[in-house]
Design a binder for this molecule. Structure first.
Ligand code: PLP
Length: 376
């Protein structure tokens, strides 16, 4: 396989070599004291990233495993769940609720449109039997950050649980599980935390435990009660190498300082947006104020095929960006700027984006430094 490519999709991300070196350490016995100390220390450290005092569990599985765990442990057939959807991953939560035979009440927005807390308030007032509200913090399919804090304020005053997917933002954006009143917060390893895919995280509030204790959930591997009651907070074999990697990834974040790490994401996002706008492109999110810190989605200009653009980026420049999903296929491109990505990668990605657009007939004037390169 040709390894000479730059991965700029919204996860998985290019993993820092330090993380890979840590992961190559010899496997320790997963029930030994040494490993369990390391493992439990990392879940403690994850609490800082979630900004919570709640329990945080590490689950072997991709991010969806944590979303699945959140629903499986609180939803029984017929339970009403308000699912807020404004993109692919909001819809995933809705589909998980359906899979556990919950009664979905969908609060649906067009992809890219902002979620309004007022609508959530109305829906909860209309139906006080609603047991949970699901939403995505950072909707990766559209590049929109949703107002979890505002919705948390509303849900807090009801008996419903707030269930949030922060898979593509945890570590790369400010998330305040406790202050915002998030009861179940699901996340994953392969985005802003900076690990390969395969590990997921979930935080569980006391309000959520009270529901979980009373719910006869349809789950075995993802039964959170087993995680809580296990001496090592992990009932089955932990992903040992990933735990080594997690320690290293959290060390990297700590060395930078967590708040600086988030600021760096903010800067990369702004640089990407401004670079796109500077060559006449438009951002996909309806309102720039709602733009994500970790993924930028850009409209493909009229007359250009977005799938072709992704292909030119990959084949000519070795840069892998993402296209649109579902009905946005060909219409938008998405650039991830997560984890250890710096302006070096943003510069090369945006420069190659401009050259690729020019290849496809987009009317744009290259800066003098790119003109001779483009002509090669
Ligand atoms: C990437 C992503 C997921 C999917 O996670 P997997 O790790 O593929 O299971 C879910 N939600 C959001 C918002 C994501 O960005």
């Amino acid at each position: 396989m040709n390894e000479d490519f730059l991965l700029m999709i919204p996860g998985p991300i290019p993993v820092h070599p330090r993380v890979f070196r840590a992961m190559s350490m010899k496997i320790m016995p997963h029930r030994g004291d040494e490993f369990n100390k390391l493992f439990m220390e990392q879940s403690e450290r994850m609490k800082k990233i979630f900004k919570t005092k709640n329990d945080v569990f590490i689950i072997a599985g991709s991010g969806t495993a944590a979303m699945d765990a959140a629903i499986a442990n609180i939803v029984q057939p017929g339970d009403k769940v308000l699912c807020i959807t404004s993109g692919k991953f909001g819809e995933r939560f809705r589909d998980i609720v359906k899979a556990y035979k919950g009664a979905v009440i969908e609060l649906k927005y067009d992809w890219g449109m902002p979620i309004k807390a007022e609508d959530v308030k109305k829906a909860l007032e209309k139906d006080p039997a609603i047991k949970a509200v699901t939403m995505v913090h950072n909707e990766t399919s559209t590049g929109v950050r949703n107002p979890v804090a505002d919705i948390g304020k509303i849900v807090k005053g009801t008996k419903a649980l707030l269930v949030v997917d922060t898979i593509s933002s945890l570590g790369g954006d400010n998330i305040e599980v406790d202050n915002w009143g998030v009861d179940l917060c699901a996340s994953g390893s392969q985005k802003c935390i900076g690990l390969p895919p395969g590990m997921s995280f979930i935080s569980v509030s006391q309000k959520a435990w009270d529901v979980i204790e009373k719910t006869d959930g349809t789950c075995y591997y993802l039964n959170l009660k087993k995680y809580k009651n296990n001496k090592y907070k992990a009932p089955y074999t932990q992903p040992v190498s990933m735990a080594y990697g997690l320690k290293e990834a959290l060390d990297i974040i700590d060395e930078c300082g967590f708040e600086n790490w988030i600021k760096k994401h903010e800067k990369m996002a702004k640089a990407t947006r401004e670079a796109a706008k500077s060559i006449g492109l438009s951002l996909f999110p309806h309102d720039e104020k709602t733009c994500s810190n970790t993924v930028t989605s850009i409209k493909v200009p009229e007359g250009i095929d977005g799938q072709e653009l992704v292909k030119v980026m990959r084949e000519k420049h070795g840069i892998i960006i993402a296209g649109g999903q579902d009905h946005l296929k060909g219409k938008i491109i998405r650039i991830g700027h997560m984890g250890s990505v710096t302006e070096k990668e943003i510069i090369v990605t945006m420069a190659c984006l401009q050259m690729s657009l020019k290849d496809l007939g987009y009317n744009t004037e290259l800066p003098s430094i790119l003109t001779p390169i483009w002509k090669i």
